[in-house]
Structures are given as C-alpha cells and as structure tokens.
Design a protein around this ligand. Structure first.
Ligand code: F3S
Ligand code: F3S
Length: 108
C-alpha cells in the first residue's frame, strides 16, 4: 500500500507535497507529479498539504480515479526507484493516462 497522486494534480503541480516528503519520493512529470510506490514510507505528510486534494491513501482513492494506482506504478516501470527526486531532472514524459487528459482550465 502507498499514497497516490490522482487526477486533480494535472496541470496544477502545486508541489507543496514535495516539501513535506521525508524520503524525497515525489517525482515530477510534465503535467503531474508521481509518488514512487517502493520509496514511499506511507507517512501521509503530503496528503493534507495539497490545495486541490489530489493525494490519497491507496485504499481511499475515489473509485472514479482508481486507475491512478496503476498509473503511479507503471510510471516507474522503466526508471525504477532512483532513490530521490531532488537529484533527478523533471521527467520528460507523462503516463499515457495523464498525457491524454484534457487540459485543465483554472477555476474562474
Ligand atoms: Fe500536485 Fe498537490 Fe503535490 S497539486 S504537486 S499533489 S501539492
Ligand atoms: Fe512522502 Fe507522501 Fe509517501 S510525504 S513518504 S509520498 S506518504
């Protein structure tokens, strides 16, 4: 089990979550951030600070965003567990589910 960043992060990328993570396991893609499930220690510090409530404990993920658990896992299939996001440049490709989401427009 791990924490998951779901659809509301897309095109928002507030990054408050990064500052809270004690193990630096939140990685940046072009449109969304991703939690490395093998590096996350389930501390939960990232969940309350997200202004758009994009972070969920896996079991609490709303069913309409259920695919985001596999989105996070699949995203790291190639890069594995780099051991810290700070030393990693932002990744240049999003997971296809994220890449195909319509552009988010700010609330007016
Ligand atoms: Fe995204 Fe929220 Fe973090 S918008 S970058 S999950 S603080
Ligand atoms: Fe970091 Fe959030 Fe996991 S703060 S350790 S990604 S629960």
């Amino acid at each position: 089990m791990t924490y998951v960043i779901a659809q509301p992060c897309i095109d928002v990328k507030d990054k408050a979550c990064i500052d809270e993570c004690p193990v630096d396991c939140i990685y940046e893609g072009p449109r969304k951030l991703y939690i490395q499930p093998d590096e996350c220690v389930d501390c939960g510090a990232c969940e309350p600070v997200c202004p758009v409530e994009a972070v969920f404990y896996q079991d609490d993920l709303p069913s309409h965003w259920g695919e985001y658990t596999s989105v996070e896992c699949d995203f790291f299939a190639d890069i594995g567990a780099p051991g810290g996001a700070a030393a990693q440049p932002p990744l240049d490709t999003d997971h296809p589910v994220v890449a195909h989401e319509p552009q988010q427009t700010p609330a007016s």
